[in-house]
Ligand binder design. Structure first.
Ligand code: SAM
Length: 448
């Protein structure tokens, strides 16, 4: 949009730009086109645009053939967009983007997020949409230059801090270019910058306890000028030995540690238990006939190597709002690592009934014991990995305590979102879960 068009539109609406809503409209069309080009949008993309304003970016995103969800807090601008861009591929949501739950985006195949963010809440917005786990494959954002520099900073620089590490833990951030305040109307007080954020491959960094890692980082940066030796005294009593073991300067301050060193430190303080693969290999399971009658017993590797029919349970755990917990299988699993799966699942062991296995797996994997309803049974077949599966369901009211050795991450999702996700990207899931979910939804189709 040219400056003259912006002035005309604002007069027509009428709207006098509000500082509280960060209403600074981009009038450099070449820059708008360049920003959108950096997202490499294709017709297969579902693009979420935060704060579309008068549509400076929206127009170019639509030109790429993508579907667009534009979230605009100001009702007058939302109405303006509907009137001027009435397009079958554009949905305008008149809402506060801070209240938008990004988990809904799992229902779409390829999600990208764009926005010239309102300055006053850009960090909060960023953290809402960078929440993990996420289905967003690219973020292309214009932010205050100072925030952009913090996001993309390297160790031992002024801008490197807790926000840098929090974002870089799961993402790679690239500072693309600075943007002068003069390209906006009205002109903001500070310059901006465009950053591109991409999700990291989960295997790029060592496994660790993220919760502890973020706690250590917060403590470390709570007093920037103080040495870590003092700040982390209660966690690490023998700092000199630990520092030398991890190749850290014993006098280091928080800003001197790279992300990898923070992870090493976390794993030194609380090493993640790795599953013992020798033990899992010698586990014994009942093998069964086509009527699920026990024929004998075989080791895990014999069962899987020879496609013998055997028994398993899957458990779907719901919260009180009716959302179901899905887990992402640990990177260390021998079958389907990092695929998404039921809340808990496992093989029936040699001496166990289905019910006993369900109770054990729930306790082991999610740290809870709740009443379980035996819901449906799937026959052993190729598509269930030769497992007879009893599917159970239960409801939790408190917190789950996922076993970090078995589960990479997890989240509660609305069943309709799971429907969308399983049909948009079935390759994200363990095959047994897909069968369980299909069967479950056949029996509960109307539940949201
Ligand atoms: N994208 C437009 C452009 O580049 O010209 C407008 C960008 S302007 C910096 C920020 C936009 O975000 C404004 O349209 C403002 O009304 C909107 N906005 C402010 N707070 C918001 C919020 N919490 N949720 C959604 N939109 C918001």
């Amino acid at each position: 949009m040219k400056l003259s068009d912006i002035r005309t539109a604002l007069r027509e609406i009428p709207l006098s730009p509000a500082k509280t809503l960060g209403q600074n409209f981009l009038h450099d069309q070449n820059l708008a086109r360049w920003i959108v080009d950096q997202a490499q949008i294709t017709p297969a993309d579902y693009v979420v645009e935060i704060g579309p304003g008068l549509g400076a970016l929206t127009r170019f995103i639509l030109e790429k053939g993508a579907r667009v969800l534009a979230i605009e807090k100001d009702a007058r601008l939302a109405n303006f967009l509907r009137a001027h861009f009435g397009h079958e591929r554009l949905e305008v949501l008149n809402n506060d983007a801070l209240k938008f739950d990004p988990r809904a985006l799992f229902a779409h195949r390829q999600v990208k997020l764009l926005g010239n963010l309102p300055y006053n809440i850009s960090s909060a917005l960023l953290l809402n949409f960078l929440e993990q786990p996420s289905s967003i494959s690219l973020w292309l954002l214009t932010l205050q230059k100072e925030v952009a520099m913090r996001l993309s900073a390297s160790p031992s620089t002024h801008d490197y801090g807790a926000l840098t590490l929090r974002v870089q833990l799961h993402h790679r951030v690239k500072y693309l270019r600075s943007v002068r305040a003069t390209v906006f109307f009205p002109q903001p007080d500070v310059d901006s910058a465009v950053v591109r954020i991409l999700p990291r491959d989960p295997l790029e960094l060592p496994a660790r306890d993220d919760e502890l890692l973020l706690k250590l980082i917060r403590t470390g940066f709570s007093q920037r000028r103080k040495q870590l030796r003092k700040l982390l005294r209660t966690r690490v009593s023998d700092w000199d030995r630990v520092a030398s073991h991890l190749d850290i300067n014993p006098k280091a301050r928080a800003e001197e540690l790279s992300l990898l060193q923070w992870i090493d430190l976390t794993n030194f303080i609380a090493p993640l238990p790795r599953p013992d693969t020798r033990l899992t290999k010698i586990e014994h399971f009942p093998i069964v006939d086509k009527n699920d009658r026990i024929l004998g017993y075989a080791s895990r590797s014999q069962v899987h190597g020879n496609n013998l029919l055997h028994r398993a349970v899957h458990i779907l755990i719901f919260d009180e709002a009716g959302d179901v917990y899905l887990q992402q299988r640990s990177r260390w699993k021998d079958r389907h690592p990092l695929k998404w799966d039921s809340s808990a699942a496992g093989h029936v062991a040699a001496s166990e009934s289905y019910d006993e296995t369900a109770r054990r797996e729930l306790k082991e994997e999610l740290g809870v014991s709740v009443p379980l309803q035996k819901f449906l049974k799937l026959p052993g077949a190729l598509r269930t990995d030769h497992e007879f599966i009893w599917l159970y369901r239960g409801v939790v009211s408190g917190e789950l305590v996922p076993d970090k050795c078995e589960i990479e991450t997890g989240t509660f999702l609305a069943p309709t979102v799971v429907d969308g996700w399983t049909s948009a990207r079935p390759e994200d899931f363990a095959p047994g879960f897909l069968e369980c979910w299909k069967a479950y939804r056949r029996k509960t189709p109307s539940r949201s």
